[in-house]
Design a binder for this molecule. Structure first.
Ligand SMILES: Cc1cc2nc3c(=O)[nH]c(=O)nc-3n(C[C@H](O)[C@H](O)[C@H](O)COP(=O)(O)OP(=O)(O)OC[C@H]3O[C@@H](n4cnc5c(N)ncnc54)[C@H](O)[C@@H]3O)c2cc1C
Ligand code: SF4
Ligand code: SF4
Ligand code: SF4
Length: 373
């Protein structure tokens, strides 16, 4: 039993490992810093449950009427603490009011990114904000199933492949499960992230305790990133930060993301949330630089939730074509240099690699400018 033949066929959701009744699957790090399942053939009883829960092995799109919305939380403090318009904390509040539990991505003490639960607004703080690192779902599928079986409300927010994996793992619909999938550019390597965190900690001689990828201090829709090391805060432009430049050059993204089948507005969760790209064309008067959520409501459950919370927002309805940003149309393209990028990442000490990468980007910029002249 093999779960994939090439790496583009596995998004690392870990649903197969969680579902295997013989505990024959372990998630193992590869040399690019991503997790992949490995099957212990001796333990495998060939039940095929792992194939049934794999989101990349299923092709299903439900045709239905959808709502397309632009949304801003009315309370500016909510928007300030989130990456876009604050739709996620509003959804969380809806579930907390029903004594439910919320699952999302959080930093651990050593700055790894894992999905965690929050049972109240205080615990929600660490789940807020985008982390540009693939999040690990270890232990989460079973916890969610247990809560649902006890008839508790659950909100799960994650990448669309994670949401689809959860739905397949559960294998039945639950009235009290609400799922929100993100518009997803692709997830960067947790291995590269770890190397970067260690590199910064050595450089600044301290311990990193927070990293914000979408800091809104300049009211520019979060085009600043900031981090805290030993209590001191540092901030820089998103496009001059080394780690973010690696991400936006598309080199650190997981192989499956270059072949992603979720780059479409037709998804199966209850809602899709992202940034409202092109707001200046659709509703320029709302573009105050503090973030606006793009929301697609897919299901009746999603509509009921929206009716309940919409008074807490400034919002407008629009058409599908108004929300079609690149990652709702096609996947991120694999750059020609990715193989070389990953080979040098593996071979070189990270500080040397960082200098080399910066030089390559500089040369690319110069080439582009010369061509543009
Ligand atoms: C890797 C990644 C790529 C993205 N690419 C795009 C894009 O191309 N276009 C776009 O419009 N939007 C993209 N987004 C979504 C966007 O950045 C915001 O996360 C989203 O709009 C929600 O913002 P918010 O203000 O509603 O809530 P916030 O409070 O900002 O909440 C963010 C939510 O995302 C979850 N989350 C954060 N990091 C991760 C992660 N690594 N894996 C899984 N879940 C995570 C959190 O748990 C929380 O539920 C991306 C997000 C991620 C994590
Ligand atoms: S076939 Fe069944 S026992 Fe074998 S790895 Fe898959 S889930 Fe586990
Ligand atoms: S279930 Fe997830 S981790 Fe397992 S093979 Fe499929 S995509 Fe990979
Ligand atoms: S780009 Fe696609 S495959 Fe990659 S994490 Fe996002 S949803 Fe999953």
């Amino acid at each position: 039993m093999e779960l994939y033949t090439n790496k583009e066929e596995c998004c690392g959701c870990g649903a197969c490992a969680a579902a295997c009744p013989a505990t024959a699957i372990h998630m193992v790090w590869d040399r690019e810093g991503f997790l992949y399942p490995r099957v212990d053939q001796e333990k495998c009883i060939d039940c095929k449950r792992c194939e049934k829960v794999c989101p990349l092995k299923k092709e299903d799109r439900t045709e239905r009427e959808r709502l397309y919305l632009g949304v801003q939380a009315r309370d500016d403090r909510i928007r300030h603490a989130s990456s876009s318009g604050g739709m996620f904390p509003l959804l969380a509040d809806y579930v907390f009011r029903r004594q439910g539990v919320v699952f999302g991505a959080a930093y651990t003490k050593d700055m790894r990114v894992l999905h965690r639960e929050a049972r109240n607004p205080a615990e929600l703080e660490r789940l807020k904000r985008t982390k540009y690192v693939q999040s690990n779902l270890r232990g989460v599928y079973r916890k969610i199933e247990a809560y649902l079986k006890k008839e508790r409300w659950v909100l799960f927010c994650g990448t669309p492949c994670q949401v689809q994996a959860l739905m397949l793992y559960l294998g039945q619909s639950y009235d009290k499960l609400l799922t929100a999938d993100l518009v997803c550019y692709g997830v960067p390597s947790p291995g590269v992230w770890r190397s970067y965190v260690r590199y910064l900690e050595r450089k600044k001689k301290g311990k990193m305790t927070d990293f914000s990828f979408r800091d809104k201090r300049n009211q520019d829709n979060g085009h600043v990133c900031s981090y805290v090391i030993d209590g001191t805060e540092y901030a820089e432009k998103l496009n001059s930060n080394l780690y973010c430049r690696m991400y936006f050059a598309d080199d650190t993204v997981r192989p499956s993301c270059y072949n992603c089948k979720y780059c479409t507005p037709k998804r199966n969760g209850d809602l899709t949330i992202g940034d409202f790209w092109g707001l200046d064309k659709v509703k320029p008067e709302m573009d105050d630089g503090m973030g606006t959520s793009m929301v697609i409501v897919h299901t009746e459950k999603g509509r009921a939730m929206w009716e309940d919370i919409k008074e807490e927002t400034s919002w407008f309805a629009c058409e599908e074509e108004d929300v079609l940003q690149p990652r709702l149309v096609s996947p991120t393209l694999m750059p020609k240099g990715r193989k070389g990028f990953m080979a040098f990442y593996r071979m070189l000490p990270f500080p040397v690699f960082a200098v080399l990468f910066s030089a390559v980007l500089f040369a690319r910029d110069v080439r582009r400018r010369i061509k543009g002249c």
